[in-house]
Ligand binder design. Sequence first.
Ligand code: NAD
Ligand code: UDP
Length: 341
Amino acid sequence: MTILITGGAGYIGSHCCVAFLEAGHDVVVIDNLSNAHPECIERIAEITGKKVAFEEVDIRDQAAVERVLRKHQCSAVIHFAGLKAVGESTKDPLAYYDNNVVGTHRLLSAMSNCGVRQMIFSSSATVYGEPQFLPITEKHPLNAVNPYGRTKLIIEDMLRDIATSNPAWKFSILRYFNPVGAHKSGMIGEDPLGIPNNLMPFIAQVAAGRREQLSVFGNDYDTRDGTGVRDYIHVVDLVAGHLRAYEALASRETPSNCFVVNLGTGAGYSVLEMVSAFERASNKQIPCVTAPRRNGDVAEIYADISTALEVFDWKAENDLDAMCRDTWNWVCKNPRGYEGR
Ligand code: NAD
Ligand code: UDP
């Protein structure tokens, strides 16, 4: 049986392909390449020594998705495809509702027509909004505060409704905290187009000399050093969590047919701690300047990881030094990302 990986040429999806191929699963990737390079598919094949089936398909093209599901006799879907930039979502919400919500609706309709009823969905800690308590459990109230987060919440609700309507459907909703790092080979990694929005790729570009300095967005938060605290998780650990989610779905050892799990490490690091760790890993200085707070940022957020441990018997293994070391290895080996980007 083959697993369909949507957005499998992207940052997290490509690492997921490697993990599933190495675990002996057959995968087929669909991606519209809106934020990916086809070279990534070649690299996945090189790392794993396995051929990767790739179809350049948009998830909004329901007929094309159905064709792929049938052609490859897919039994489950891991759904990464989507737009993910918070700032961009506030400027162009229609694009986000179309790509993420309409896209997922079409994908689910295609699955329904083909009798494929298992999905692992990439949600985000952003659905929690401003933390009301820490660490954040899956029962924390949901309050997305931007269009990107709202698309994730709408999709989660859609999955809950479908699961209630028919117990044959099985969903695992994974709420990621902050994925960073890269495969240890340095052959695949995060390759943002233009100026990175996220902290880790920005720091990496400063270390590599591509950008002059890091702007630290706010140093007067109520945190141990005044800068924002997040729960960073190595992308290789994150995708190992998907493998466990898949095994749990397949073996029915899940609490219900639609369950939610946080994927984080449970530890929070500040912006300045991230900078120091990256300086250690890269042996480079990261010049920093203090800048105003970024709109919509929370002071501190990190995960309660007990559900992942209970349901998946899984927890992250890589520490912050490994996250920085593997990011730096990827950046050094691919200073301009994938060829031609
Ligand atoms: P990414 O942009 O690297 O990967 C997404 C992939 O989906 C890209 O390859 C893109 O080309 C593809 N895609 C986008 N729209 C598509 C469409 N309509 N049809 C087909 N393919 C399409 O992003 P990522 O960081 O790998 O994130 C993967 C998923 O995880 C996303 O759903 C994102 O919202 C979620 N997530 C990411 C983070 C993070 O910090 N990276 C955090 C929480 C959740
Ligand atoms: N951040 C920063 N400078 C940057 C990018 C991010 O100071 O150029 C801070 C940001 O304010 C937050 C933390 O780094 O406190 C993580 O930001 P990121 O965008 O990576 O993740 P998110 O805020 O979405 O959790």
